[in-house]
Design a protein around this ligand. Structure first.
Ligand code: MN
Ligand code: MN
Length: 323
């Protein structure tokens, strides 16, 4: 028997936002699970991969935990009054499948293939990781025809040349992305950078190549508004991707991550930054490095889900402007 509208736990009901949040199979934001990307404008994607981590692993479990906590999200943004689901067709397309999970480069190829399918269908991705190495294979799929600008929120530059004798780790993706011409370093800004390192080369790469690095101390001095102005000046009118590592926030807000660094952004500052990027020529985004084994309260996953929702609101705005 097909349940009627008065059954509140109905999966795939007319408006899943009306169902109690503990019901049903969790998808990102309670969006419908849609396998065929032709039917949507923005795809919510899980990338359960943490095979390129040198500190504490666990982000392979990120997408599942973020999906669960994202059931707390609602539809209308309280500041902008944007309802992304009215602007765009949004669906959860599931997780990237992996054929050889212990092989980093093979896994990156699996990620690229999945996003090529989305890209060929004209769908914009909003992803949940996974470790930060996943952004490189995503960019290989969506930036192959022109380099993108990049807004990168993180405690770390992720611009090292090698980690543990590997070119592909969660500490190297943006160096590779610049070398592969997927990112224009002069249209790239990194916000929240801090913490000791064993070598200065990861910071020096950005300085040598024209990447604008807003170290945490500068951010604390100039604040959200001026950082937003600087980011908008750097990325300009061209296409932009946002990559958001939850360790950019202070571990008071996001303890559940592999490489925490104290002295970071607050969750309110992160929300202010994202709202400030409204109207940019956005083409996709990701939120990475949520490690549920270090997140017993679920607060890190809640931050990640909320950041995804904030980004979804501005991405939906860009989508209707640019299509
Ligand atoms: Mn990172
Ligand atoms: Mn980081």
């Amino acid at each position: 028997m097909k349940p009627g509208n008065d059954f509140y736990c109905r999966q795939g009901g007319d408006n899943p936002m009306h169902a109690p949040r503990y019901c049903g199979i969790p998808t990102f934001m309670r969006a419908p699970f849609i396998e065929d990307p032709v039917e949507i404008d923005i795809a919510l994607v899980g990338v359960p991969y943490d095979g390129a981590v040198e500190a504490r692993s666990g982000t392979r479990q990120g997408p599942r935990q973020i999906r669960d906590m994202s059931s707390m999200m609602r539809s209308i943004h309280h500041v902008t009054r944007v309802n992304p689901y009215e602007l765009c067709r949004v669906g959860d397309v599931g997780d990237v499948p992996f054929s050889r999970i212990f092989d980093v480069e093979a896994s990156h190829r699996d990620i690229t293939s999945f996003y090529e399918r989305l890209n060929n269908a004209g769908v914009w991705p909003l992803s949940a990781g996974g470790d930060h190495s996943i952004t490189l294979p995503i960019l290989r799929a969506i930036a192959m025809d022109r380099p993108l600008g990049l807004i990168h929120i993180d405690a770390h530059t992720d611009c090292c040349d090698e980690e543990m004798n590997s070119k592909y780790s969660h500490g190297t993706p943006f160096r590779r992305a610049c070398e592969e011409n997927l990112i224009d370093p002069e249209r790239m800004i990194q916000i929240g950078i801090r913490g000791a390192a064993n070598s200065p080369e990861c910071w020096e790469f950005g300085e040598r190549n024209g990447i604008r690095i807003v170290f945490m101390e500068e951010f604390a001095r100039i604040g959200v508004e001026r950082t937003v102005e600087e980011a908008r000046r750097i990325v300009g009118n061209g296409p932009v991707y946002i990559t958001f590592d939850v360790d950019g926030l202070d571990p008071a807000f996001t303890p559940g991550t592999g490489t925490p660094e104290i002295g970071g952004l607050t969750s309110l500052e992160a929300q202010g930054l994202i709202r400030g990027f409204r109207g940019l020529n956005l083409v996709g985004a990701d939120v990475v490095e949520v490690a549920p084994p270090f997140d017993p309260s679920g607060s890190t996953a809640l931050v990640a889900a909320t950041v995804m929702y904030e980004i979804l609101c501005i991405l939906a705005g860009s989508r209707i402007t640019n299509s």
